[in-house]
Design a protein around this ligand. Structure first.
Ligand code: PAF
Length: 283
């Protein structure tokens, strides 16, 4: 496995590997079983003859002033072991000043999909995500890239960016990996106290119940589905502080309309300083 620490090395690795199918897994490190599943999916897509590249970069641009950039877990040694064990060929782990020059003056702005859900409470977050992912796409020169479906809004925005900026890259969404009790795996789960951890699976439980009401019970009123979820969180997770519960059109992330093909529900709940997200498609 090649470990590449700067842009110059990556460019020379990419030119040596030109012509070899490349599948890319962008991450911010603090890897867990969810990322391992992304790397394995990339390995499968690349086949034995292709390359799987994983980036590990905590992107300062996507953190707000009061967010956890400096506290974000950095676990490079363990991350490299996970990458190796799951079949990565190359790791790109640059320093921030290698990727962002002090006088840089150009970045991306997303003006629609990022205005709801997580974007509403994290202004600028998805502009930072788009900027770094576009830079990484240009540097890694991949044919395909994999993203977790847990970050539902991020996946929709990356698909839109690829469409709108004509990146010739196929994007794959990979199912969320969960703990045995249903809690979605996340680097932020490590911040939970024992009591918070015990209550956090309510996100998944409430989403499953709402899906059942939609599919089996025929409940189509988004306000009713939303209230069901809020009630269950209030009853079972008194330590949780709801950021949002939204019933949306899966492709526009806006309120479903008569032309909506797929409805999704997305939730974000704070437990202490950890903001946990989850979602479900109603199909
Ligand atoms: O999902 C993440 O870990 C990050 O948002 C990403 C896509 C690696 C960009 O920094």
């Amino acid at each position: 496995m090649n470990i590449i620490n700067n842009v110059r090395q990556l460019r020379s690795w990419s030119s040596i590997n030109r012509g070899t199918r490349c599948v890319f897994v962008p991450t911010m490190g603090a890897l867990h079983e969810g990322h391992a599943a992304l790397i394995r999916a990339a390995r499968e897509l690349a086949g034995q003859s292709g390359n799987v590249v994983v980036s590990i970069f905590v992107n300062p641009l996507q953190f707000g002033p009061n967010e956890d950039f400096s506290k974000y877990p950095r676990t490079l040694v363990e991350d490299l072991a996970i990458c190796r064990d799951n079949g990565a060929d190359a790791i790109f782990a640059p320093k921030a000043d290698d990727l962002y020059l002090p006088d840089r003056s150009i970045q991306l702005f997303e003006t629609s999909l990022s205005k709801t859900l997580c974007g509403a409470s994290r202004p600028g977050h998805f502009d930072g995500v788009c900027t770094v992912v576009a830079k990484l796409f240009n540097l890694v020169q991949c044919d395909e890239a994999v993203f977790g479906k847990k970050d539902y809004q991020q996946l929709a925005i990356i698909r839109r960016m690829v469409r709108d900026l004509d990146f010739n890259i196929v994007i794959h969404g990979i199912d969320t990996v969960r703990e045995a009790d249903g809690l979605a795996m996340s680097s932020r789960n490590r911040y939970l106290s024992a009591d918070e951890r015990a209550q956090a699976p309510v996100l998944r439980a409430a989403l499953l119940k709402a899906r059942e009401a939609y599919i089996k019970g025929g409940e189509r009123d988004g306000k009713v589905l939303r209230q069901m979820i809020l009630d269950q969180i209030a009853a079972e997770a008194p330590l949780g502080r709801v950021d949002y519960v939204e019933v949306v059109d899966a492709s526009t992330l806006q309120t479903p309309t008569e032309t909506t093909e797929l409805v999704a529900i997305a939730v974000a709940v704070f437990f202490g300083s950890a903001r946990l997200i989850d979602n479900i498609e109603l199909k």
